[in-house]
Design a binder for this molecule. Structure first.
Ligand SMILES: C[S@@+](CC[C@H](N)C(=O)[O-])C[C@H]1O[C@@H](n2cnc3c(N)ncnc32)[C@H](O)[C@@H]1O
Length: 211
């Protein structure tokens, strides 16, 4: 369902596995997506306290549903332009499945890391902080890249998690991605220049993703 359209972008709401079938072949410059992580089964749940609010373990409702990368891989390739780029936020447990599904379909299967400079503290100090997220990156030879300095091309990006005005509070969203990071990916992997539009679109999209 088309729920918003202006001269720069349109927003559709619905099941992406269905809506993607309506997208034309070879029509997309950059796919930047954050599908479910299938991590519900690994969760030990939020940590509760009498004296403070729960510590969030980043598990959301959609992390309990089984999301199968191979169910969407061919569609992603079909809609991407030959010079396009594909970026997918991904958790450790799905890396292998995404690799299995996408590596045979692209010349390059790579990843970048988002390092969160302010991760949730580890209360019991018994392991790593959850301070990194992986982002799978795929492309074919001759793909469109848009950078002027090698500094922009480390497959590592540091930024805090969303805070302050950017952070949604009602409803809360455990895996909200910061605009700085999205902007960086859009800059290096597409030719979009109007980031004001991107920010607008972001605020428009957020409440829909939570539904
Ligand atoms: C990891 S979250 C994305 C978080 C978002 N990128 C952000 O920064 O806040 C996964 C999202 O995919 C949505 N989702 C899960 N299955 C979907 C489907 N079949 N079609 C459309 N959205 C879906 C969930 O509701 C959830 O909002």
């Amino acid at each position: 369902m088309n729920i918003y359209k202006n001269k720069h972008f349109s927003v559709k709401r619905g099941d992406c596995l269905e809506i993607i079938k309506e997208v034309k072949d070879n029509s997309i410059d950059l796919i930047l997506t954050d599908p479910p992580y299938n991590i519900g089964k690994y969760s030990t749940g939020n940590i509760s306290f009498d004296w403070r609010s729960d510590i969030n373990n980043d598990i959301a409702e959609w992390d309990w549903q089984e999301f199968e990368p191979s169910a969407i891989a061919n569609q992603l390739v079909r809609i991407l332009k030959p010079r396009g780029n594909l970026f997918i936020f991904c958790s450790y447990n799905l890396m292998g499945k995404w690799h299995e599904a996408l590596d045979p379909l692209f010349d390059t299967f790579q990843f970048m890391v988002w390092h969160k400079t302010n991760p949730t503290p580890k209360f019991y100090k018994n392991g790593f902080l959850n301070s990194c997220e992986m982002i799978i990156c795929c492309w074919n030879k001759g793909h469109q890249w848009n950078f002027s300095n090698q500094r922009d091309m480390h497959n590592f990006f540091e930024s805090p998690i969303c805070m302050g005005k950017e952070r949604l509070k009602d409803p809360k969203h455990p895996t909200q991605k910061p605009i700085r990071l999205l902007e960086h990916i859009v800059k290096i992997a597409s030719t979009i220049e109007d980031f004001q539009e991107l920010k607008l679109m972001r605020y428009f999209l957020m409440p829909l993703l939570i539904d």
